[in-house]
Design a protein around this ligand. Structure first.
Ligand SMILES: NC(=O)c1ccc[n+]([C@@H]2O[C@H](COP(=O)([O-])OP(=O)(O)OC[C@H]3O[C@@H](n4cnc5c(N)ncnc54)[C@H](O)[C@@H]3O)[C@@H](O)[C@H]2O)c1
Length: 270
């Protein structure tokens, strides 16, 4: 029997942008795109030092860091234009930059200025990236792939972080509208919804280190192990590749079955 080698070139020769690419899930996805044969990976973030270092680690010919604050539509437009200028076209965008609630954000103590700040990044920022990437794909005749980061938070209720949950519901709604509206041009649009990954966003929010966070969540997964940024990146690569060529408008949950924790077990029923 012939040895079946794992195929690692799922995005061979593609050009991708990753927003929020300097850290956490974005960083893992930048590396996964590079490992899977991407011709150009553009890291878009506001953490310049981290972004430049990551691009250098991949190689100047295959990766570039571009400072881009996703709340500024002009910066997003220029990010997409620079990518097309540098690499000839845009095949993939991972609209991933996001932040957690600034404070508890319960309904009774809702700070609406903080809400607006969060929405400017988590919802408006994703809409701006999606809009300008889709325009470049349509103009270039590219049947591209757009993937956005939502969250399992979009399908739960919490006693706090109301605006964060609202924002991720918004991302899923945007993804669904975009997938329908862009289907005629052959552009696919999907979401990934990670469970809790011990990235700087989470560790800083709950004031714990990586190991502590992972220990806290480990008992709650159905699958054995701990959710890592790489698991999410692998799902993004799947959605960006031909392996998912007839998949659009979907929200792919990557959480090791964590969301089943609300399941009712009828152990006592015969
Ligand atoms: N870590 C988790 O448990 C988890 C779970 C579900 C969803 N998410 C989502 O995943 C995405 C990535 O988060 P992460 O956990 O990797 O966190 P992270 O903090 O490690 O990475 C987020 C990146 O976004 C960048 N960013 C923030 N504001 C920006 C702006 N205005 N313009 C451009 N870049 C900006 C940050 O500089 C950072 O590099 C976010 O959308 C987050 O909501 C995370």
């Amino acid at each position: 029997m012939a040895n079946a080698k794992p195929c690692k070139n799922k995005v061979q020769d593609k050009v991708a942008i990753v927003t929020g690419g300097a850290s956490g899930i974005g960083e893992a996805t930048v590396l996964a795109f590079a490992e899977n044969g991407a011709r150009g990976v553009v890291i878009a973030d506001i953490q310049d030092e981290k972004g430049h270092k990551l691009a250098e680690s991949i190689g100047a010919n295959r990766s570039t860091y571009i400072h881009c604050d996703v709340t500024d539509e002009n910066q997003v437009k220029s990010l997409v234009e620079s990518t097309v200028q540098l690499y000839g076209q845009l095949d993939i965008i991972f609209c991933n930059a996001g932040v957690m609630s600034f404070g508890k954000q319960t309904v009774l103590d809702f700070d609406l200025d903080s809400h607006d700040k969060l929405f400017a990044i988590n919802v408006r920022g994703v809409a701006a990236c999606l809009k300008h990437a889709a325009r470049a794909m349509v103009e270039g005749g590219v049947k591209g792939n757009i993937i956005c980061t939502a969250s399992t938070a979009a399908s739960v209720v919490r006693d706090m972080h109301t605006d964060y949950i609202m924002s991720k519901c918004g991302v899923i709604a945007l993804m669904k509208c975009a997938s329908y509206q862009l289907s005629g041009q052959g552009i696919r649009v999907n979401c990934v919804s990670p469970g809790t990954v011990a990235t700087p966003l989470v560790c800083e929010k709950i004031g714990m280190g990586v190991e502590e966070v992972e220990k806290l969540f480990e008992p709650h997964y159905c699958l054995e192990g701990v959710l890592k940024a790489k698991h999410v990146a692998d799902a993004v690569v799947f959605l960006a590749s031909e392996d998912s060529e007839f998949v659009t408008g979907q929200n792919v949950v990557v959480d090791g079955g964590y969301h089943f924790h609300g399941i009712i077990k009828y152990d006592h029923v015969e």
